[in-house]
Every structure is written in C-alpha cells, then in structure tokens.
Design a protein around this ligand. Structure first.
Ligand SMILES: Nc1ncnc2c1ncn2[C@@H]1O[C@H](COP(=O)(O)OP(=O)(O)O)[C@@H](O)[C@H]1O
Length: 180
C-alpha cells in the first residue's frame, strides 16, 4: 500500500532475532518519521486476544480485532509493524517486508536470557532452523520485496538499518510528487 505519509514496513522474524531492536533504531534514524508498533505489546495492552495459553506463555490473538485496530493507523502510512508473524495482514498493506534471521545457538541464548520456558525455546529454535517465518513472508507477499537479513551482532544491526534507510530514501524520492 502506498500512502503520502510514509511506507509500511513489516519487520518480522522468530522471537529474539532482533525485531524490536531494529525497529527502534530504524524509527530513530529514518529520514521519514515512522511509528514503531510492537504488535505483540499492542495485543496485550488493548486486549486483542481470545485467551492466554499458560503452557506456552502466549496469547491467542483475535485477528479481526487486531486488524480493525490497525487499519486506520496503517492507512495514515509511516509505520513499522514489528511482530513474529506476518501472514495476518492484508497483502495490500506493506511496501517492504524484512525478515530477520539468527544463528540458532545464539537465538537459544537470547531466549534463555528472556526466561522463556524450555519448550517455548525449543519451538522457536526449530522454527528458526526451518525458516518458518521467511517461508510465511514469501508466500504471503509474493509480489513484494521480502528481504532476509542476518541479525547476530551490532555491526549487522547497523548495516541492516542503513540498508532499510536507503530503501526508505528511494521510496521518498519515488513519492516526492505526492508531498504537500
Ligand atoms: N543484531 C544484533 N546485535 C546484537 N544484539 C542483538 C541483535 N539483535 C538482537 N539482539 C539482542 O537480542 C535480544 C532480542 O532482541 P529483540 O529486538 O528484543 O528481539 P525480538 O523483537 O525479535 O524478539 C536483545 O537483547 C537484543 O539486544
């Protein structure tokens, strides 16, 4: 979806790959103001879920409620959608999809530090090895650029954000006529 205010960028990846870290830095450094929406936090804060699963320590999202809540905000443009899944959004929403990847041993350490239960760490680790989120992104947005970026250290964080900023700059140039 193209809008006047700014692009819609999805940053997705297995939990712990660095979505929020990237999204925050990107929002700080972007040449166009971007609003960072941590969708998981939104789901909790706004009660956009059906129930809470104690075993997996996760919420079952009410997708209709979530999309209703997001729709008017996304319509304004200039948004980063930060979430570990990306197949719930309408295909017309995003302009760019970024999938963060991480070595599974490092990911395991990050999730352990987060205090996730063992089964949840194992499930996420397997998902990362099987590139579940990347496949989901490619099949959900076949006509869009789906960019796979490694997120294992600070150098990669910086170069990934710089690369996305280059893309934003190009988007800005392409939409210069629409600016009021
Ligand atoms: N590229 C990176 N370089 C160094 N540390 C990173 C990188 N990406 C993520 N991390 C660290 O990994 C942890 C999880 O990152 P976070 O952004 O919360 O992941 P997510 O939002 O995908 O769950 C944090 O402690 C963060 O500082």
């Amino acid at each position: 979806m193209t809008t006047q205010k700014g692009p819609i960028i999805i940053i997705t990846g297995t939990p712990g790959t660095g979505k929020s870290t990237h999204a925050q830095l990107l929002a700080n450094e972007s040449p166009i103001p971007l609003r960072h929406i941590n969708v998981g936090d939104w789901v909790k804060e706004k009660g956009l879920y059906e129930n809470y699963d104690d075993k997996w320590q996760s919420y079952t999202v009410d997708e209709d409620k979530l999309l209703d809540e997001l729709e008017p905000i996304v319509a304004e443009g200039g948004i980063i959608l930060d979430w570990h899944t990306c197949d719930v959004y309408p295909e017309r929403w995003p302009d760019l999809v970024v999938v963060l990847r991480c070595d599974h041993t490092l990911l395991w350490e990050r999730l352990e530090k987060r205090g996730y239960p063992l089964e949840k760490i194992q499930e996420n680790n397997e998902a990362e090895i099987m590139q579940v989120v990347l496949d989901e992104a490619r099949s959900s947005y076949p006509d869009l650029p789906v960019v796979e970026l490694q997120s294992e250290g600070p150098d990669q964080l910086e170069s990934n954000v710089a690369r996305i900023i280059e893309w934003i700059q190009a988007w800005k140039n392409d939409h210069a006529d629409e600016e009021s």
